[in-house]
Design a binder for this molecule. Structure first.
Ligand code: ADP
Length: 297
């Protein structure tokens, strides 16, 4: 087990940031760590990396007790904090040499790392001369320099342009082949593109911990239907297999069904039987975005 978090709670004085959070992760998994702002993601990451202590609970990284041996744990963890703390007056190579010295990493590793994160053409520049995307790469290079088994990345793609996004995602995916990666993001397409697993927290509590494939496999579908007439809620409830429904300000309904069959013909028949006209009818698979909103709003 690469990461083992058991019943972790954290209070900042009266502010409860985490309460009884537990999860486990195996090697070779990329985990998307999601939650609205203030959910407790950064706090969990700081605890996992040994920078702050929880109020209660246990954290092990690759069998090392992070609370008892934070320095030992940090040797096998790579951490990119939310506000990538770089020494911006240093040259890229110089900064990585400095980091290599801190971690007692062989200097030959630096070039390999520069190539891995795609910094070859920028390595001679000062960090403050680089774009945000390349600065993130420097942060990533510093995080993986000591070849950690576990990577903790706090919003690594924030502020990147679309091309940089794609490149950094590819890199995270590549790194995830032989490391455990836990990374936080607000971009759901990113999670779908990169992650094997999703953990969602809200107000310090763990709400969902599932494989992405399991989340995608659900048999729920959402139908967006507009009638020519404003229907009463009681009427909509007559439809079979309904999980939930929502009415817009106009005559449009968003109805979630649980069924293996396409529910559009049923809605169509329902309209006909009740003398209604359908102005539009669309179906949507329940994607991660919808699920995230459902559980966190
Ligand atoms: P996220 O990373 O999901 O946005 P955080 O872990 O940063 O969430 O914050 C979780 C909660 O803890 C928030 O309510 C935040 O205001 C609070 N918090 C975070 N750090 C501190 C701190 N150093 N002192 C007091 N409260 C804090």
């Amino acid at each position: 087990m690469s990461i083992k978090v058991t019943s972790v709670s954290k209070n900042y004085k009266a502010q409860k940031a985490l309460s009884e959070v537990s999860f486990y992760a195996d090697k070779g998994q990329v985990i998307g760590f999601l939650g609205p702002n203030g959910a407790g993601k950064s706090t969990m990451m700081k605890i996992l990396t040994g920078f702050i202590k929880p109020s209660s609970g246990e954290v092990f990284v690759d069998e090392i007790d992070v609370l008892k041996n934070p320095l030992e744990a940090q040797k096998i963890i790579g951490y990119l904090p939310e506000h990538n703390p770089l020494y911006s007056d240093m040259y890229v190579r110089e900064y990585l040499q400095f980091q290599a010295a801190v971690f007692k990493v062989d200097k030959n590793e630096i070039q390999a790392c520069i190539e891995k994160v795609g910094l070859t053409n920028e390595a001679h520049k000062k960090i403050n001369q680089l774009s945000k995307g390349y600065q993130q790469r420097v942060g990533l290079a510093a995080a993986i320099l000591h070849n950690p088994k576990v990577l903790i990345l706090d919003e690594p793609t924030t502020g990147l342009d679309p091309n940089q996004l794609v490149e950094i995602r590819e890199l995270i995916k590549e790194l995830g082949k032989d490391k455990t990666v836990l990374f936080s993001t607000h971009i759901m397409q990113e999670v779908e593109a990169v992650c094997d697993r999703v953990i969602i927290i809200k107000k310090g509590k763990l709400l969902i911990d599932k494989k992405l494939s399991e989340l995608k496999e659900n048999n729920q579908q959402i139908i967006e239907v507009a009638f020519d007439y404003k229907l009463e809620e009681q009427f909509i409830k007559k439809l079979p297999n309904i999980v939930s429904y929502k009415n817009n300000y106009d005559n449009t309904w968003y109805i979630t069904f649980e069924s293996d069959e396409d529910m559009r013909p049923t809605v169509f028949d329902f309209a006909q039987e009740n003398g209604l006209k359908i102005l539009s009818l669309n179906t949507k698979n329940k994607n991660l975005e919808t699920l995230f909103r459902e559980v966190t709003v």
